[in-house]
Design a protein around this ligand. Sequence first.
Ligand code: ATP
Length: 560
Amino acid sequence: MLFKDVAETLERISLEQSINKKVEIIGDLLRRAAPEEIDVVSRFVIGKPFPEWSGKELNVGWRTVLKAAVNVTGVDSGEIVKLFKRYGDTGSVVEAILEKRKPTLLSPVKPLTVLEVHEILEKIAGISGEGSFQGRVKLVEHMLVRASPIEAKYICRLLLGELRCGFNEGLLEHAIARAFDIDVKKIRKANMLLSDIGYVAKLSKLKPPKIEDVKIEFFRPVRFMLAEQAESIAEAWRYHSGRVAVECKYDGARVQVHKLGDKVKIFSRRMEDITDSLPEVVREIVDIEGEFIVDGEIVCWKNGPMPFQYLVRRLRRKTLSDELLETYPVKLFAFDILKVGGRDLIDEPYISRVKVLEKVLKGAWNVIEIAERKFPSSEEECTEIFENCTKRGFEGVLIKAIDSPYVPGRRERLWFKYKGEIGRHIHEFTLVIIAAEYGHGKRAGLLSDYVFAAWDRNREKLIPVGKAYTGLKDREIAYMTKRLKEIALYESGNRIYVKPKIVVDVAASEIQISPKYPLGYALRFPRIVRIRPDLSLEDVDTVEKIEKAFLRDVKFKSVS
Ligand code: ATP
């Protein structure tokens, strides 16, 4: 398939208002794609050239893209500034530049195929170290010299991770279902189990479709099951009529551990392979008999839990010295098991799964422990367990229905989390930074003010919901400044717009009416509680959650 087909299709859906029609157009494209390219095509149409867990990142900024466009066309920088003002988007700027390209350069060139573009993107992702910028520019040039303006527009948007077509993974699941006449629930489930929509599309295309009875595969991470916030212990207890187990809520990073033969891989909540950062866990896992996939939480631990920030510091380091391993020792608290040998366990009830977990992890391990779990017989006992957990430095508790399956990728009421009263008076949201501004005075030269966004209801667009000046320590602001510059999309005055990559927990005591924001309201005095390197865009809240909090505030004020 030619890349032109993909680019033109993306342009069509970006102009199309009807969601149904968008799904139909992409479905057609998928039907036309050959089995060996459908995975690439599928990932391209949602702007994610690689599976999240592949560890591949393009690291291309707008400067790289524009430099390549300038090299290919000879356009001057004054012209670029003008075009930026007009379009405000690098992809459209490059499209406009290429439209002005001299006809000599338009002499017949071999059109780019989807697989060629993919191959070049892989090469770009493989570049590191000295000379990376020039290396990336060269490879982008390779594509641009052979691209038509519309292809260039979408190549650039792919490079920058911003397609702007109003199409997302959820809609792609529908498009695959429609293209190959398969129940969308099966597609969704397969995607949750395999965490790679490209592979899911490929399995759907095969004849007979291999998607029908997909199983969990070792070394492909399964999406994590998530918990719903409980307003009170009573809510969780009553919702499940007391048929619950209560576990400590460890304040660390979620991990999924795969072991097959003597090979071990550990994936983070963002589906990244973080095996190399946890050598002491790997060493113990290798010694455990059997083949399995275990779900748990990694915590920094010295006679008890250490703050989350310690873990962040440790996981951020590329090289692990003995000193670092000693300063920030970790423990793995395993609380669930998804597969043992060839048997998938996710559809079995919680209570059976934990029995299997106990059997698999039997023996005295040093770094690995099974999460503490109790089966209370009354609501009061539930509260006692919670109090005991928080007294010992844990974040709270997880209250889990004992007959619940493991539902990958979903935030269901099958698991409730409860962290105490705080959640009632202070709203906390998981948001993503989309822009940042330079500070003043002591913070001049530092990007210290952050604009963050939540997903719209359909998880298609990010909507700004507030701006924070406070919450981070100087060291964190310095880190943020460096990181934000790396992911910059473009600058406008004092503000830089960035790829939506940095996820943060933001607290606000109130949501207030604010005509300045597209929703008509915004978070008041928001404060960044913590940076969440363990989370990705998928984990960002929708505006619905903020709306609910807003309505709760209104109700509360009208009562008091
Ligand atoms: P939070 O910020 O409250 O940790 P989250 O958005 O990271 O929430 P949720 O699914 O909403 O994730 O809350 C549950 C999280 O708590 C899990 O993702 C996991 O990282 C952590 N956790 C700690 N202990 C447990 C446990 N015993 N069972 C399940 N999850 C646990």
